[in-house]
Design a protein. Sequence first.
Length: 366
Amino acid sequence: MGADAAEAAAPASMAPPAAEATAELAPGRIAFTLPEPLSLRGGETANIPFLDAGIPAERVWWVQDAGARFPLAALRLRNDTGRTLPAGLATVYGATGPEAGSFLGDAQLATLPPGESRVIAFGRDRDVQLSSRISRTERSTGIRFERNRVIRDFDRIEEVAFAIDPHGAKGRMLIDLKRRPEMEPVFEAAPVGGDSLRHETVLDGNAATLRLAFRQPGHQPIPLWDPGLGDPALLPWRGLDLNADLSRLPGGPLNGPGALERLREVLADLPEAAGGRAELAGLVEALAEQRRLLGVFQAAAREAGLADAALVRARAAAEDRSGQAREQARAQLNRASQEAERTGQAADAAWAAWQKGVQALRARTG
């Protein structure tokens, strides 16, 4: 199939009129007045030529359904006659090459005002094979920082990929796609009707993949921690659940995906030249250090908890004993008290180091 013009006209055996009919527009129809009266016997019908004119016609492939296996064989017409062409059935004949003069098919032509173009399909070209696939992805485009959180700017991408094999045929292909609500095309397209877009491409005879994508900008806030526990820089550690509560703090959770893993994913997806990338890399490094400090604190706090429990048991034993056993219990109580004090101070120091890191982390987000 080539890009040669094809004809959309009546068979050649029909003689042109001596003079053209005059057209008059009326609501819902076009009236043609013949230049001379015509007499018909009862029961007879006749095909009456009313216009003898050539109009530009380009042979194209037309894809209306992305799931179709073969494109439509079609003509793109432009009405340059200066008058409205009425709706009707157009019979298409070949214009050049082996198709010259051959019947190619019929096409329904809607009313075509002067100066407008229209695509009409007269068959399906099974020598050209199509397949399509739709994919949906997200692509990070930039990073912004707000207090205690990161704002990820991204594009939501919906791509329609067409695999086209024309088996050596050359010509123009028109592809119509439905608009995507709130998405903009990332390809050259012209509006078609109220809900479709049309993309044009030229096939050179070789198999090719054509990718047509739609884009929708989006924004995703990524909090660095759960603010529900209060200001972590002022939060006392005693009374915290060392599992559930720590997972909500900067650096947590220790044993599962959290803000650190999410920001690492964003950093890996972010283009090298994207705004805020260097700052995000520093934030990820600082957040990883916060996780390490939180792990150190958790271990120290658990040790302090065990020491406190041992102190409670030693105090109870000292109160219950008498005589020599009581002296031994008091000695054990003294050792337990010293251990509780030591581990408590270690936990306090680990918590203070972690809270100092929180202040530095907060400074990175403004």
